[in-house]
Design a binder for this molecule. Sequence first.
Ligand code: SF4
Length: 345
Amino acid sequence: MGHLTTTPGHWIAGTIMDDQVHTVCSSGMPLDYNGMPSPAEMFGITTSFDVFGGAPTAHVFSDIGRGCIYDCIFCSERISVVGPPRQFKISPHRLCGQLAAARRVVKADYGENFPVSAFIEDSTLLGWNSALVAQFEKVFDPLENPVRLGGQATIDQIVNNPALARRLGRMGLEYLFIGVETPRPELVGGLHKNIATKKGSWMERGDKAVEILSEAGIKVGVSLLFGMGEGAAERQQLFSALESWRKTGSLITISMNWAVQHPLRNTVQGNEYTYLDWAVSPGPMLSLLRNFGESSEIYPIAGGTSPDEASVKDILQATTEIMAMPPAHPMQKQEADHVPGRGVA
Ligand code: SF4
């Protein structure tokens, strides 16, 4: 098997010969991501995000990086754990190719005129970078290839470059998932995406970002993160903001998470866990925490807290009430279910 070692990628292959297990490891040659087939073509498109009104949703990426450059301390996508950007300059071409593939798959599997949607899995969509978006505008024609697009960006990326929201809106972006996490990041620490501190408080910038997206015709999903030492007052501050965003018709989904320390390739993070027990025990918390994207009773982050029944019930009640508020647009009722979005940009 030794001749396989130059096959690109990081892998281990094994076989049994003469009752013995033989293994071989790759030499770690880099993959050419442009040569990879798209996930839509490999696996088909069988599900749909509620926010896209039933259009089959492809998972696509420009793949500018495995990890997110902001490197927030609590995040499993951070660059210090999963690695730096790759083949950065041609990412718009790769994204365009994946969207074209998604259209081909939907056309073949659902019919000629079936609507297509795609969630762009980049930690932040094309890095929210003007040059990359300009390239994307050159290579992707939304009239020829209409795809309902969703993606992720940080609050400060949107506030610092609002023009990109309008430009991406014209390219078909209609949904953006943003990580609000906590109303007072300065109390928590490690929220490195909190960069535009001179432009107002975190929640003021959140208001601004939602306003910018609303003007660009882009709906918003938010990711919340509890268990980082916040109290009832901070929680209430968060819910007040969500309520106002919901009232404007911008907010269409909420993802709740309770901060968990991940194993993350043995990166030292503070708490020494062996991760041998189930994260949530059978009992009342199991059914409550099913409503959370990420949570654990026994693996809180360093300096954080484990979820308690009263707080979790309080969060569920508040978010349910917010999402039940009268939609500003008739479509919104249908779109208001939970959790389209992967990371916590
Ligand atoms: S929380 Fe968001 S901005 Fe921070 S590292 Fe994770 S994906 Fe990036």
